[in-house]
Design a binder for this molecule. Structure first.
Ligand code: G3H
Ligand code: 13P
Ligand code: NA
Ligand code: ZN
Length: 328
């Protein structure tokens, strides 16, 4: 059944686990994620970006997720708007059956330049009032992550996001977080704690101290009832980079957030863990492998089946390691 983000993350907080939020755009991603959730007995967050909504269409997305809920009745599902840029995006998502929205007011409406604190408070408070009036949950964001948020930090040439913003912008201030949540009443808060969006997060293998656990712990201590969200949580697995590169792809060597670091983050209070890049790599790696190994193949299902299996394996691993398995 569809439930709200507040319902799911309240349970996660009580039981001390984290929930992956996987981005979806199509049926095959939805089936793979829910097959993993079913096998693990896990609840899940499916999130759609503005790009996903225009790719699949709001009507298709709604019916697809309702179909998944009917096919997998034992798995609670949250349908969440990822990175909503204004009131209209968030409210139209709710109208189309989303049970939760992210109002990302950390950026101006164009999603390119960092926004003022006052703008962020005002728009997030307004969206939260409207969403709560109809029973939907809201995630806000305070702080500036790399790449997506600067539009420049993470380049496709493999140069990492680190070192291009100053440290104060990269970490959410705990006292400002308290003020923000009081003023907006949001249910969940995305924080800047050292991650960035996309495949090119770090140019060198992380040495085990890449996330600011101090920031996570300080915010969690001050805001125990606000569910913390970690964006940019792909691990960019080496085996998927290798699969892509051995199948005619070209991804310069790069490093993501090690899963152990996310597990530490969950122990410090992170509840929602956003993953898109890893899912893209899983499917694309298998598409490429089939194209390489079987040049005579032209039945799309022969590409989709191994791609879904690879994504299912990735999701299963995250459900198990985040403690989501067994919590449905
Ligand atoms: O954070 C953004 C997500 O990875 C979604 O990406 O806007 O290309 O669908 P997208
Ligand atoms: P990744 O690019 O690390 O998968 O992050 C996705 C994300 O934060 C979506 O909101
Ligand atoms: Na989100
Ligand atoms: Zn994000």
């Amino acid at each position: 059944a569809l439930i709200t983000l507040r319902q799911l993350l309240d349970h996660a907080a009580e039981q001390g686990y984290g929930v992956p939020a996987f981005n979806i755009n199509n049926m095959e991603q939805g089936l793979a994620i829910l097959r993993a959730a079913e096998a693990c007995d896990a609840p899940v967050i499916l999130q759609a970006s503005r790009g996903a909504r225009s790719y699949a269409g709001d009507i298709m997305l709604r019916h697809m997720v309702e179909a998944l809920a009917e096919m997998f009745p034992r798995n609670p599902i949250v349908l969440h708007q990822d990175h909503g840029n204004n009131d209209a995006t968030c409210l139209s998502a709710i109208r189309h059956g989303f049970t939760s929205v992210m109002m990302d007011g950390s950026l101006e409406e164009d999603m390119k330049s960092p926004a003022s604190y006052d703008y962020n408070v005002e728009i997030t408070a307004r969206v939260t009032r409207a969403a709560h009036a109809v029973g939907a949950s809201v995630e806000g964001e305070l702080g500036v992550l790399g790449s997506l948020e600067t539009g420049e930090a993470a380049a496709e040439d493999g140069s990492g996001a680190e070192g291009k913003l100053d440290q104060s912008q990269l970490l959410t201030d705990p006292d400002q977080a308290v003020d923000f949540v009081l003023a907006t009443q949001c249910d969940a808060l995305a924080i800047a704690c050292g991650t960035s969006h996309g495949a090119y997060k770090f140019t060198r293998a992380p040495d085990g101290d890449i996330l600011s656990m101090k920031t996570i712990a300080a915010i969690h201590e001050k805001l125990p009832d606000t569910h913390l969200v970690m964006h940019g949580s792909s691990s960019v697995p080496q085996h998927l980079q290798d699969l892509i590169n051995q199948s005619g792809g070209h991804m310069p060597q790069t490093y993501g957030v090690p899963v152990e670091e996310i597990e530490r983050g969950i122990r410090m209070g992170v509840r929602k863990v956003n993953i898109d890049t890893d899912c893209r790599m899983a499917m694309t790696g298998q598409f490429r492998k089939v194209a390489m190994d079987k040049p005579e193949e032209f039945d799309p299902r022969k590409f989709m089946i191994p791609a879904m299996k690879e994504l299912e394996a990735l999701c299963t691993d995250r459900f198990e390691r985040f403690g989501t398995a067994g919590q449905a």
